[in-house]
Write a protein that binds this ligand. Structure first.
Ligand code: UTP
Length: 233
């Protein structure tokens, strides 16, 4: 089902890493204001998925130390994604649907009356990468923009390997093989892009753009202009 009327533009999904909203326990209020302004001034429809970042990782780790199951570590991490989503919503109150959705059907319903809908995580065992692709499928988006503190997809971790090479363009299969190499399925562990999310991108042929939190980069990706990140098609 595609939720657009004739002549209307296709919606775009923005997957915003928790590390962009809250890099180290201190929310980046300037970034939140800037991205909200960009979205407000755009005439596109947006489904927004917000991640948990370091706060999710710290809580999942502490929970495990206290004997939590992986299910509960995930549940705690999901709360961090929703907290970040709620924070973002405060800057978008005058144009976004005023609720952080916890499920895709609710978000899809709200999309009929709102140009911008925001979600956090949903169920244990996945990450917000997968949630973002599922949201894209649910609302009929064919473009997903993944915003993180890394400026694209590299062949190795650019923070550890200064010679890591950034891909300008890559296929779903190439992205999936990188995802598989780092998929540990543990709360708060870092994937390039969740492997399940790669598979879902591929099955629905959703064009994915991986960019940094630089507002000009995000704007270029939204407007279909060239950016310095990676395009996966
Ligand atoms: P994120 O998607 O933010 O993880 O979810 P991440 O990939 O580590 O995030 P960034 O890109 O660095 O910000 C945080 C954690 O929340 C749980 C998982 O444990 C995940 O690792 N989670 C999230 C779920 O269990 N289900 C969800 O739907 C979303």
């Amino acid at each position: 089902m595609i939720l657009v009327k004739q002549g209307e533009k296709m919606p775009i999904v923005l997957s915003i890493g928790g590390s962009c909203i809250n890099p180290d326990g201190n929310p980046d209020v300037k970034f939140i204001r800037d991205i909200s302004k960009l979205i407000k001034e755009s005439n596109e429809k947006f489904g927004i998925l917000v991640g948990g970042g370091s706060v999710a990782r710290v809580y999942a780790k502490a929970a495990r130390e206290l004997g939590a199951s992986e299910f509960d570590a995930d549940e705690i991490a999901i709360m961090s994604t929703r907290q970040n989503a709620m924070l973002l919503l405060q800057a978008m109150k005058d144009f976004a649907y005023p609720v952080v959705f916890e499920d895709f059907k609710g978000a899809r319903k709200a999309f009929f009356s709102s140009r911008v809908v925001i979600m956090g995580g949903t169920i244990p065992g996945i990450t917000t990468d997968t949630d973002a692709v599922l949201l894209a499928e649910a609302i009929g988006a064919k473009k997903l923009i993944n915003i993180s503190n890394v400026s694209g997809i590299y062949n190795d971790d650019p923070k550890k390997n200064p010679n890591a090479k950034k891909f300008e363009k890559m296929s779903y299969e190439e992205l999936a093989s990188l995802g598989a190499a780092s998929d540990k399925r543990m709360a708060g562990t870092n994937f390039v892009f969740d492997m399940l999310a790669c598979k879902l991108l591929s099955r629905s042929k959703i064009e994915a753009h991986f960019v940094s939190k630089d507002i000009r980069e995000i704007e270029n990706a939204i407007k279909g202009k060239k950016h310095n990140g990676t395009v996966v098609i």
